[in-house]
Design a protein around this ligand. Structure first.
Ligand SMILES: CC(C)(COP(=O)(O)OP(=O)(O)OC[C@H]1O[C@@H](n2cnc3c(N)ncnc32)[C@H](O)[C@@H]1OP(=O)(O)O)[C@@H](O)C(=O)NCCC(=O)NCCS
Length: 208
């Protein structure tokens, strides 16, 4: 399914879409319930406060399919992410990322490739950014193996376990998608070698 993305403000101006947002449901797992409640109750608050931006995915009938919630974040160059993406000669401790804070497809529309279509749009947002962006970053529940597999299929890797939240930080290195292998940057100020290693497949922890 190819979806079209519209701003939350545009969606809420339409009474029918407002009603669909008010009963959005993307599943019964704890993370899915949280994602449903976020769109219904908090997305507009955060939009108004300029904290996050929400875009609704609609199908050809203008039915609500899902939503994407975006922000910006800085990703630490040290730690597990640095083992995968070595950036020598660049002095900054952390690097800019487009933060995919939330992504959800309504239960009735899952499994029809809407998630892929929404992620294509997120890639376009990162590519079209007028400000430098090195990663697309996201957090997902460590037990959400479906989501983790979905993101790994799109080039993300697990960069860090956030143990206290039972979540993982996943990154997609946008630089890797423009050049691959070992490259040497021209100097003098940014001289260095960028080495990219193939990420290992992620194994979810056993459920308790
Ligand atoms: C994860 C999610 C966004 C994926 O969106 P989707 O529209 O259902 O997924 P798509 O149809 O685009 O398919 C994505 C992949 O999942 C697979 N998939 C689809 N339905 C599946 C199911 N019921 N069980 C396992 N895998 C499934 C597809 O085969 C596809 O695999 P591929 O990439 O190898 O082709 C969606 O299922 C969702 O909103 N889940 C609940 C909320 C959530 O977990 N959000 C992510 C947290 S950050």
């Amino acid at each position: 399914m190819i979806v079209r993305m519209i701003s939350l403000a545009m969606g809420l101006a339409d009474p029918q879409m407002l009603a669909s947002v008010g009963k959005f449901n993307c599943g019964s797992e704890e993370w899915s319930r949280n994602l449903s409640v976020y769109l219904r109750k908090y997305a507009w608050r955060d939009e108004q406060a300029l904290v996050t931006s929400t875009y609704l995915a609609v199908d050809e009938k203008y039915d609500l399919v899902g939503y994407v919630n975006l922000s910006w974040v800085r990703v630490k160059k040290t730690g597990p992410a640095a083992d995968r993406v070595l950036i020598e000669g660049i002095p900054y401790q952390d690097l800019p990322a487009l933060f995919l804070a939330r992504l959800a497809v309504s239960s009735a529309k899952q499994g029809q490739r809407a998630g892929h279509s929404m992620m294509d749009w997120v890639d376009d947002v990162a590519d079209a950014s007028s400000v430098a962006v090195r990663f697309i970053a996201l957090h997902t529940d460590e037990a959400n193996s479906r989501a983790i597999g979905f993101y790994e299929g799109r080039g993300f890797f697990v960069a860090e376990h956030i143990e206290e939240k039972h979540q993982v930080l996943m990154l997609r290195d946008l630089f890797v998608f423009r050049v691959s292998g070992d490259i040497t940057l021209p100097g003098p100020s940014v001289a260095g070698t960028i080495r990219v290693e193939n990420p290992e497949p992620y194994t979810p922890p056993p459920s308790t």
